[in-house]
Design a protein around this ligand. Structure first.
Ligand SMILES: Cc1cc2nc3c(=O)[nH]c(=O)nc-3n(C[C@H](O)[C@H](O)[C@H](O)COP(=O)(O)OP(=O)(O)OC[C@H]3O[C@@H](n4cnc5c(N)ncnc54)[C@H](O)[C@@H]3O)c2cc1C
Length: 533
């Protein structure tokens, strides 16, 4: 049997597996991705890519390419509305424009791109950065060996099994994750609560859309509940049907029991409010609306990311985005452990940091599902709704790799419109001037560790870097960037004297308002904690 060696094996090469391959490649870590399908996505699925996910793509240099691919698929910045039917009564406008009110939070914009459009961009970047992607290849076993993992890969189209020896493996193998099952990791949450179908169809909906720029259209019709998305030319789209309602008002979520073409055409016509419109059904997919997260996101050298770690209903568009951010968190930690700068304990912080974020996003998606689509599921066990921006970029990473301030209240999220810059939070965006151009402070992150502070911090920063053998870049306001708003010191909570230590993933590991004469050694201790040494 052929044997291949790689530092990291990624099982599953869809949205999250390919993102992980890009993020690892950008940190100089080659990986092998095995994917059961024969190529990138053939169904649109996820489409709303949020600001934080775009920030991670910006950090690896593919923001613009993704924006261009997105513009080919959708008129961007559309509204999210609810209607009785597309041609009928409008019920509510949740967002007039999807970026309304979040423009100042990030250098990036929320955008709509299908997995069909996004995955090829990820694939080519991953390959350019040294990843090997094997399609039509299924991992049929995966186990931990003494100092690594071993997997057997079966080619789907014939040929012999081959084996992979890797130091670590990422299970990015989706909601029914064989990796999670093999590890015997259970799930917590609300389980599956609705059979749903996605009907991909062709129809000329332009007269029904009119001049409205609509991204997501929830449908609350007396006979069915679901949502639409349409392609840029208004001649194709999909309808998700979450529930049907009979004449007596009885709701059914057993929709998958009848997926015949006639029934699907009837659903689409009902939701369009166009009983005679010619409809061509292209594909129908059955899926289960589920809100669950894994009890553990890792088992030794095997780590779960994406839907294998958390699966949530599409309400909110959080699922794929949360997975992309799992991959971003994991990539810098794996790179640092593999090159020896971090202790292996850093990988334990992956579960500590990402599981609460995964369950937070899942609960938020579930609450939105119940309130928007199926109040009959019961409102007793719902968490209060938190603004989308907080779910997307206001979540917090709390673990041993983050040095909290003594008075910290342990909050797990905050409103990014009033960022505190405290340890565990994403370091806030601020437009600054650098080398004659306006950039975001976020553009300083994404490589190694960064210290933000006045010149006086250079000496303790260099000392900490030397002691630990970790590259540390120092950026001083005034010297390395100009802050026309004069808000930097307060935004980061470090005043004029202090400093902040920002991790490679752009999260604050530590900060102080005091000067280096008082807290110079604390910087070295915080850096050591941030790399589990
Ligand atoms: C209708 C709908 C709309 C959605 N809209 C949004 C949205 O707007 N925004 C958003 O963020 N999310 C959205 N989501 C959720 C999003 O689609 C998922 O969260 C995302 O696709 C998960 O990506 P993944 O890579 O983790 O898993 P998957 O996309 O499920 O990929 C897992 C991959 O692993 C492969 N695999 C499995 N087992 C093996 C094996 N043994 N060997 C090799 N390969 C294997 C599979 O073939 C598959 O390609 C939506 C979901 C639905 C259903």
């Amino acid at each position: 049997m052929n044997e291949v060696e790689t530092p990291v094996l990624i099982v599953g090469g869809s949205l999250v597996g390919l993102s992980a391959a890009v993020f690892l490649g950008a940190r100089g870590v080659p990986c092998l991705v095995v994917e059961r399908h024969r190529g990138t996505a053939i169904h649109p699925r996820a489409a709303l890519v949020n600001q934080r996910a775009m920030e991670t793509y910006r950090a690896v240099g593919i923001e613009q390419e993704i924006e261009e691919a997105a513009a080919r698929e959708f008129v961007q910045n559309g509204a999210i509305v609810s209607v009785e039917s597309l041609g009928g009564k409008e019920l509510d406008w949740y967002f007039r424009e999807i970026n309304e009110g979040v423009e100042d939070l990030s250098p990036c914009r929320r955008l709509f791109i299908t997995q069909i459009g996004l995955e090829p961009v990820l694939l080519s970047k991953a390959q350019e950065l040294g990843a090997r992607i094997e399609y039509a290849s299924e991992a049929v076993s995966l186990e931990t060996t003494g100092d690594g993992v071993s997997a057997t890969i079966r080619p789907r189209d014939g040929g012999d099994d081959w084996t992979v020896q890797a130091r670590y493996a990422i299970g990015a193998d989706g909601a029914h994750s064989p990796t999670r099952e093999r590890l015997g990791i259970g799930s917590l949450g609300h389980g599956s609560f609705s059979d749903s179908i996605t009907i991909y169809f062709r129809a000329d909906v332009r007269p029904l859309l009119g001049d409205r720029n609509l991204s997501v259209i929830y449908v609350f019709h007396p006979q069915l509940v679901g949502f639409f998305r349409f392609s840029i030319d208004g001649q194709a789209g999909f309808l998700v049907v979450n529930a049907t309602i009979d004449e007596d008002g009885n709701r059914s979520t057993a929709i998958g029991e009848d997926m015949s073409e006639d029934t699907c055409i009837a659903y689409v016509r009902t939701a369009l409010g166009a009983p005679d419109l010619p409809i061509q059904i292209e594909n129908v997919q059955r899926w289960s609306a589920t809100a669950d997260w894994a009890e553990r996101f890792s088992d030794g050298r095997i780590l779960l990311a994406g839907d294998s770690a958390h699966v949530m209903p599409p309400t909110g568009g959080f699922g794929g985005n949360t997975g992309i951010q799992d991959a971003y968190d994991l990539a810098w930690k794996l790179a640092a452990v593999l090159d020896g700068t971090a202790g292996p304990g850093l990988l334990d912080t992956y579960d500590a940091e990402r599981r609460p974020v995964g369950s937070f996003a899942t609960e938020q998606a579930y609450t939105r599902y119940v309130l928007r689509l199926d109040p009959g599921l019961g409102k007793e066990n719902l968490v209060p709704i938190v603004d989308e921006a907080a779910v997307e970029i206001g979540y917090r990473h709390l673990s041993d790799a983050v040095t909290l301030e003594p008075a910290d209240d342990g909050a797990s999220w905050e409103d990014p419109r009033a960022p505190t810059g405290r340890p565990g939070m994403r370091a806030p965006h601020l437009a600054v001037e650098r080398d004659g151009a306006t950039v975001s402070l976020l553009d300083l992150y994404g490589g190694g560790f960064v210290v933000l502070g006045g010149d006086a911090w250079s000496e303790p920063a260099e000392r900490a870097a030397d002691e630990l053998g970790v590259p540390l870049a120092i950026h001083s306001p005034g010297a390395d960037f100009r802050d026309p708003s004069s808000t930097f010191g307060e935004l980061y909570g470090i005043g004029d004297e202090g400093a902040a230590l920002v991790r490679p993933d752009g999260f604050v590991a530590w900060r102080t308002r005091r000067g280096p004469q008082d807290d110079g050694d604390a910087l070295a201790r915080a850096l050591a904690a941030a790399i589990a040494r």
